[in-house]
Design a protein around this ligand. Sequence first.
Ligand code: PEP
Ligand code: MN
Length: 369
Amino acid sequence: MLLRLRASLSDSERHSILKLCKDLGYSPKFLGRAESLLELEGPGGPGDRSQFEDHTCVVQVIEMSESCELTARPSQGEDTVVTVGQARFGGGWASLIAGPCAVENIDRLLTIAGSVRDAGATILRGGAYKPRTSPYSFRGLGVDALDYLATAREKTGLPIVSEVLDPRDVEAVGERVDMFQIGSRNMSNASLLDEVGRTTTPVLLKRGMASTVREFLLAAEYVLAAGNPNVILCERGVRGFDNVTRNLLDVGAIAFLKERTHLPVIADPSHAAGRADLVAPIARAGIAAGADGLIIEVHNAPEEARSDGPQALSIDEFKRLAADVRTLLAMDGRRLSGDASADSKHSSDSDSNRGDSTRPESLEVKHHA
Ligand code: PEP
Ligand code: MN
């Protein structure tokens, strides 16, 4: 049996659930460093399940024989809220992640980072290791890019997300990023999923471009089963038969996932569209279908971008999209993280899964022409 526990238990709550397990004759063992999953071994008894279900620390009781559906939303279960700095995903909160496809140099990164933050993004994206279709394309600046991202975080206060391609890089990348990105091409890389699952760093898991929704959920299941509860699912479009857009954003999958899983779900309209003119309408469709946020490629000079330039929004286009997202969320009774009024309302909420980092008061970013 597995117990999925509430986030941030106090010592006495942890003690109380462990005591109940032992009193019922089980040997409990936490899976992973996040300590949100308790594996129970022992013969057990018929009434145990309901005793666990009644315990305030327990979110879900899972029988191992149920194919371990850790991603499933328990009946009337709440959303899991994943928090990265000021950004919150799920539970009525949406957030914008924005930045270049690939980190190209420090000056450009700082310019883009400052601008997307001012427009309402609460996480900076930027590829350091790029999984390009052709081995001859620009494959990223590697560890130098991670250092530039860390500088951008220092100067803007924005947490960073960057893709990890190889299980051997998980430790080094994890020391520098606030959230791992697992790309579409790696969604079913079991060793990579296991490795990020052993950490407590949030994981942005993108849907494989030819993966079913069930395969997508099972990929998330790997991360959860390894002990990391902080997973955000990202629908980024699947392969279609037409080349008008690069991929097809599966809005049906977003709506379905919001029902089927407690995990947050965001949309990536940039890789779905493959062209800047269609990014905003596709993004709005994703939010309307229930997405808890967006990841958007933004560049201060899209025509000069070394990777995915045709789909990059300019800074002004991103600002306009952010305004549209606020309007759509408000219509739906939801809120955008990072907005002053929304955040002050939030501070009076009793959301236990909330991060505590705050946006710095002074903006030290140098804007380069
Ligand atoms: C990216 O975010 O730049 C990227 C490569 O995305 P995907 O894995 O969805 O293709
Ligand atoms: Mn890209």
